[in-house]
Design a protein around this ligand. Structure first.
Ligand code: DGL
Length: 275
């Protein structure tokens, strides 16, 4: 006789998906790491494009959207695990989502701990959305893992739009990346930054452009590999078998979504559905 959770595993359909959730395309940076760790795992990539961007929204609005949508999605698709592949949604709503859903939830935590371990100068930059950088969650990570270091934060909402445009094959103004770099560097002590936390899942999709803007002496850290490890640990012993190709799910119909098809296909998402 196993525990209820073990019984669930024994009875779990091998085609039950892992659901990755973000406001837009940012969670694809997490999907890349999940694919590397669990190539056979069926995945639904869910984007709340109807609510994008989350960064300028209030805590209440983000929490309500994320809890409501994940409730509907888990009822409809019965995922074995949900990953909130979005720093803004996780830092605001992770606790609430865990309180209301029985399915295991893996959140996205700004990678302050690995950045604090990596920095040589003791000065770390953090790029995120406006909502993420003001969260108490980030203050707590700073106090716990970056004591004695200097953490400089900058909200870079333009980078969210830049990642969305890049994945649609649209041109992006390079001044956006220069503004993100100077937003950190121009703060007191900012020239000492040698490590930058990409605390928004959209930003690793712009790694080359950000690297060019910050120069060769700055390294970037993000949480994708850690999330994939956590998902692999929580699904250890489970079997995976796709019964249909993986797909992307959107909350709003939008003609522009067709432009995303090639990028989504490169992540193994060959269909699009609407919630
Ligand atoms: N990808 C999301 C994050 O990690 C945020 C983008 C948005 O503003 O919606 O924070």
């Amino acid at each position: 006789m196993g525990t209820p959770r073990q019984m669930d595993w024994l009875e779990m359909d091998a085609s039950a998906p892992i659901l990755l959730f973000d406001s837009g395309v940012g969670g694809l940076s997490v999907l890349r790491a999940v694919r590397a760790a669990l190539p056979d795992a069926p995945v639904i990539y869910a984007s709340d494009n109807g609510g994008l961007p989350y960064g300028p929204k209030s805590e209440a609005e983000v929490a309500a959207r994320v809890c409501g949508l994940l409730g509907r999605m888990s009822e409809r698709f019965r995922p074995r695990l949900i990953s909130i592949a979005c720093n803004t949604a996780s830092t605001i709503a992770l606790g609430m989502v865990r309180d209301v859903l029985a399915v295991p939830i893996v959140g996205t935590v700004p990678a302050i701990k690995p950045a604090a371990e990596a920095t040589r100068t003791g000065t770390i930059g953090l790029l995120g959305t406006a909502a993420t950088i003001r969260q108490g969650y980030v203050d707590r990570l700073e106090a716990e893992f970056a004591g004695g270091k200097r953490l400089l934060r900058f909200a870079a909402p333009e980078l969210v739009g830049a990642a969305e445009a890049k994945l649609r094959g649209q041109p992006v103004d390079p001044a956006i990346f220069a503004r993100a770099a100077s937003g950190l560097r121009d703060q007191p002590g900012g020239t000492e930054i040698d490590t930058v936390v990409l605390a928004c899942t959209h930003f690793p999709l712009l790694a080359d452009e950000l690297s060019a803007a910050f120069g060769p002496d700055v390294r970037f850290v993000d949480g994708a590999a850690g999330i994939a490890r956590r998902i692999a640990a929580l699904t250890q012993g489970q079997t995976f078998a796709r019964s249909a190709p993986d797909f992307a799910l959107f909350t709003r119909a939008d003609d522009g979504l067709a432009l995303l098809q090639p990028a989504l296909a490169s992540y193994g998402l060959t269909r699009m559905e609407q919630l």
